[in-house]
Design a binder for this molecule. Sequence first.
Ligand SMILES: NC(=O)c1ccc[n+]([C@@H]2O[C@H](COP(=O)([O-])OP(=O)(O)OC[C@H]3O[C@@H](n4cnc5c(N)ncnc54)[C@H](O)[C@@H]3O)[C@@H](O)[C@H]2O)c1
Length: 283
Amino acid sequence: MIGRLNGRVAVVTGGASGIGEATVRRFIAEGARVVVADLQGEAGQALQSELGDRTRFIQTDVSQEADVAATVDLAVSSFGRLDVMFNNAGILGAVGRLVDTTAGAWHATLGVLLDGVFFGMKHAARVMIPQGSGVIVSTASIAGITGGVGPHAYTACKHAVIGLTRSAASELGQYGIRVNAIAPGNTVTAMTAAAITGDPDQLEEATRTIASTSLLGIPGLPSDIANAALYLSCDESRYVSGHTLVIDAGHTSNGGSARVHRARPALLAEAGRRTPTTASPDV
Ligand SMILES: NC(=O)c1ccc[n+]([C@@H]2O[C@H](COP(=O)([O-])OP(=O)(O)OC[C@H]3O[C@@H](n4cnc5c(N)ncnc54)[C@H](O)[C@@H]3O)[C@@H](O)[C@H]2O)c1
């Protein structure tokens, strides 16, 4: 079988869980070799043991530039090149009201969600520029498209990831490097299970809740985002750069609300009309 990533080498940060793990599995199935980078040592090692020779795990804290540099260097020393950098590691970070948010919590969140993506882009570009090719994909969020669907620091970082994606795409295109982002809506992972139920292992309850609030009535799954990452990482998207692909069942396309479609049509039809209609019934 010829996979869509045959011969390609990828790094996936946050690859030991959720969206990252699903992407690692999808990339391997499509013929890639993958460096899995994550803070979680045990889960990362287990994934490497399961997937075998075409993966390497490295314990990485993406908020530390030296860790990200070492991750990229591992891809090159193990597999000879770097074709795809997926900056995906994330946390929800500082939560709560603006007035209660400490500078420490704010900066720690930016360290993972924004510095981590910047370091990933920078060190991927270091290898991809001399190579004359490459793809960088970063996980933003619908919290990077609109306000009010995530905590403040998270929202600021995800907006920034979309801005940095556009900025990097405008510089790196001349070297044959495409730079894109993905903005997932609610997706069933440990992160959302923790946010919804307080327990990262309560995936079933998270699935039910996410399905019940989705415009399509189905839950967003890590595989839905992995499919988007695959598209943006393979040659099918060869003319796509600087783009943010929203994967949210339509949530942001209507401002996050379907209320207008549920209101009584007769009332809506009359809304704004102050006098009885003068139109002839024959018109
Ligand atoms: N699940 C959703 O609904 C959703 C929606 C929009 C965006 N996202 C984004 O998707 C990405 C993946 O999240 P997920 O939902 O799969 O959650 P997850 O918790 O299943 O996976 C996140 C992974 O990132 C790793 N990680 C966290 N901090 C790290 C660090 N400093 N260095 C290295 N690894 C680190 C974690 O160990 C974990 O394995 C995140 O960027 C998140 O913001 C998720």
